[in-house]
Design a protein around this ligand. Structure first.
Ligand code: GLU
Ligand code: ZN
Length: 501
């Protein structure tokens, strides 16, 4: 049997970590079994659904670099994949349930429903949901009233009988991850609405009908949907359909053990993207939220994940979202990038940081080449893409010079710093022209020894003169990129600055 699973988001918000985790696990499960992965838009809530969120969904997955085999954008044998394009279907299937006595018309006004809610609240009643007021209306009478145009919804009739042993009826299913689950029917949402008075379906109806019609074999979704599952199982029985296999994924929590939310930090993929995360880092990290692969191996490509994915690798315990760990992944993926690619990925951030002149200016050919050549200087330490241009301003313009004290090594004064700078000047052209760091280091060490100076003392005023800061990207690489002339000019500028009083 070919496995078919799906991601079924409601376009009522930005794509976030939880949704992408669900999509990713379904994608990996389909890939690992040679099955198909479907995207279905569950836009039954017409007031909350928004095309902007649909666009955000497409943009997010295009950026992440994985997607579905069938869906609204690419079509497939079960099209349409947008629930609002399938509305006629749902009414038809509901009628079927009414005819078989598994669903019934409810003529209660929303005022009546609200009144019950308020009365219960006042009485501090633990009961909630519909009071099954219309359940006993004789079927033909109800059909008449509905046919005459009386406003009504259609509700699912949750079976409330007893077993032979006198035990209240219950609904069982086997969750692939959580094992056997049983709910007493009296504890299930009392007769939820399937079809609203305007003829629109609710989530439960459209979800079950579509999973069946689209041939979904496995429903892998967030654990918050677990309470809906008994209801769905009852609907499958009512339709006479075999239910799919259910697999409810572990919750994603913040460090405080509460459900991950904006209070903990970024949750929308857009936000991570703006912060300078790489899609590969996000995918790698999200794939480990509630799953464990090989001991001692942290880094996985999408293909490696697809090879390894299996339900046995899923955890039942909640996953904790660790922002620091995600940062670590991002740094790792930044280091794996080639210079060209890393430059291309961070060039927008560089433009926004005004690296190439006036606000947002594009680099010219020379600036672009310099920027690319500078990648090795920053790659090792960067955590975010935006860290990269932030450290490189001094290569494109003379840096502002800091307070004089910044030039002065420990136990020395400004005069000593000037003397050190003069010494360093003598070797600067040779350092700038050295072919690599190793050669430059040999030169400078020999020079320091010959002059009887500490290497650190010699380098510090030079570093501040060249980069404008005590803490900067590597000095030798910077000298090479700037060249001898510019480097010498910067030393002269710093010297003037230090001597002017
Ligand atoms: N539309 C539901 C959601 O937004 C789908 C839940 C499910 O996968 O059944 O998450
Ligand atoms: Zn009613």
């Amino acid at each position: 049997m070919e496995i078919k699973d799906r991601y079924a988001p409601s376009p009522t918000g930005l794509q976030h970590v939880g949704g992408v985790r669900t999509a990713l696990f379904n994608y990996l499960f389909a890939r690992s079994t040679g099955g198909k992965f479907i995207l279905r838009l569950e836009d039954t809530d017409r007031t909350r659904s928004d095309d902007a969120y649909v666009q955000n969904l497409y943009d997010t997955f295009a950026w992440l670099g994985f997607g579905w085999d069938e869906g609204p954008d690419c079509g497939g044998p079960s099209a349409p994949y947008i629930q609002s394009h399938r509305f006629n279907l749902y009414a038809e299937y509901t009628r079927q349930l009414v005819q078989s006595g598994c669903a019934y018309y409810c003529f209660c006004s929303s005022e009546r429903i609200e009144k019950i809610r308020q009365e219960r609240e006042a009485a501090r009643s633990s009961e909630s949901g519909y009071d099954r007021h219309c359940r006993e209306i004789p079927a033909d009478e109800a059909a008449h009233r509905a046919a005459a145009g009386e406003a009504c919804t259609i509700r699912l009739k949750i079976p409330l009988g007893e077993t032979d042993a006198g035990v209240p009826e219950s609904t069982k299913f086997n969750d692939l991850l959580l094992g056997s689950i049983e709910w007493k029917n009296k504890d299930i949402n009392p007769d939820p609405v399937l079809l609203k008075s305007d003829g629109f379906p609710t989530y439960h109806l459209a979800n079950v009908v579509d999973d069946h019609l689209m041939g979904i074999t496995h429903v892998m979704r967030a654990q918050e949907w677990l309470p809906s599952t008994p209801l769905h199982v009852i609907m499958y029985e009512a339709f006479g359909w075999a239910p799919p296999v259910f697999c409810h994924l572990p919750m994603v929590m913040g460090q405080d053990g509460k459900k991950l939310s904006k209070r903990h930090g970024a949750t929308s993929i857009d936000e991570f993207r703006r912060q300078g995360y790489l899609p590969q880092a996000l995918i790698n990290y999200i794939a480990l939220l509630g799953a464990s692969y090989e001991e001692g191996k942290d880094m996985y490509t999408l293909a490696e994940l697809a090879e390894r994915f299996s339900v046995e690798k899923l955890n039942t315990a909640p996953a904790v979202f660790d922002y620091k760990k995600l940062e670590w992944y991002n740094g790792q993926y930044i280091r794996m990038k080639g210079d060209e690619e890393l430059a291309a990925l961070s060039i927008d951030a560089a433009m926004s940081a005004d690296l190439f002149g006036a606000t947002g200016r594009e680099p010219d050919a020379a600036q672009r080449a310099l920027y690319t050549a500078a990648m090795p200087l920053v790659k090792e330490r960067a955590v975010f893409l935006s860290d990269i241009p932030a450290k490189l301003g001094y290569l494109f313009a003379e840096p502002p010079l800091p307070q004089r004290e910044e030039f002065v090594p420990k136990k020395a004064d400004v005069a000593a710093a000037i003397a050190l700078l003069d010494k360093a000047r003598a070797i600067t052209a040779a350092l700038a022209n050295a072919p690599n760091d190793e050669e430059a280091e040999i030169l400078l060490k020999a020079f320091a020894k010959q002059e009887g100076l500490k290497l650190g003392d010699l380098m510090m005023p030079l570093r501040v003169a060249i980069t404008g800061a005590r803490v900067s990207p590597p000095l030798f690489g910077s000298l090479r990129l700037l060249g001898a002339d510019v480097s010498l000019a910067r030393i002269d500028r710093a010297r003037k600055y230090l001597t002017a009083q």
